[in-house]
Design a protein around this ligand. Structure first.
Ligand SMILES: [Zn+2]
Length: 249
């Protein structure tokens, strides 16, 4: 067994037996890692604090044949305020699950690691969780090389879009009315929302405060981003059912 150290953020955990948990962690340099945290379900266990959901920690890990095992961990930032706020918790769960879909085991993805970290810091500090989630989804597409084509020209036929634009996840961007007839999953989008998306692709997190989006623009932006992300991962995430429930209330 060899030992390694890494910075990581806990994306997921599930119970294993009476006292243990299996964690899914995104590490800074080694991609996704699954590791057992022994005894964390028992009171006063030394690993409990640093292995909670969304916690950013320094880990010392034994690499095993099947599963790795956490030997030590030290909290760098706990993101406790996210766990204590049901609304933020629901969005963070979705963001963490989405991250887990886009990072591979053993393949380093530092851009995604730092995007998640920045997103969690903003989610903890700011109240507009929907806008922060839009920003995360946009940048996730960008760092994954899946940037949608948002332009005044149809991605299929190249015609300039003069009136009503449509969005097609299948085609990967904005299409014209004529091409939308052939793609029943495409839907109408407003020019304002397309402008918003282009802005999100360009700006940094600290510029989000200057954006004053209407409810309709936020809703449409998320509809585009989610349809595109779901098309690529080809399933509905578990955390989305939870998020839907929270939004209903
Ligand atoms: Zn077209």
């Amino acid at each position: 067994m060899s030992l390694y150290t890494t910075e990581g953020i806990v994306l997921k955990h599930r119970s294993m037996g009476e006292a243990d948990k299996v964690l899914t962690i995104i590490t800074r340099d080694g991609g996704k890692v699954r590791a057992v945290a022994s005894g964390v379900k028992r009171p006063r266990n030394r690993l409990t604090g640093g292995t909670q959901l969304f916690t950013y920690s320094d880990f010392l890990i034994f690499s095993g044949k099947n599963l790795d095992r956490i030997s030590q961990c030290e909290i760098k930032h706990s993101f406790r305020k996210i766990r204590e706020d049901l609304y933020k918790f629901a969005y963070a769960s979705y963001i963490a699950e989405l991250t887990s879909e886009f990072v591979m085991e053993g393949i380093s993805n530092p851009h995604l690691f730092f995007l998640l970290l920045k997103t969690l810091y903003n989610l903890e500090k700011e109240d507009d969780v929907e806008l922060i989630t839009c920003m995360f989804e946009t940048k996730l597409l960008l760092v994954s090389g899946l940037c949608p084509h948002i332009d005044k020209h149809c991605i299929v036929c190249g015609d300039s879009i003069v009136a009503q634009p449509f969005f097609s996840a299948r085609e990967g961007g904005v299409i014209c009315k004529k091409c939308a007839v052939k793609d029943t999953s495409s839907f109408k989008v407003s020019l304002e929302t397309l402008k918003t998306l282009n802005t999100l692709l360009r700006i940094k997190f600290k510029a989000l405060k200057g954006l004053n989006l209407t409810k309709k623009e936020k809703k449409e932006t998320r509809q585009i981003l989610m349809s595109f992300l779901m098309y690529h991962i080809d399933k509905k995430l578990k955390s989305m059912y939870f998020l839907d429930k929270i939004m209903e209330n």
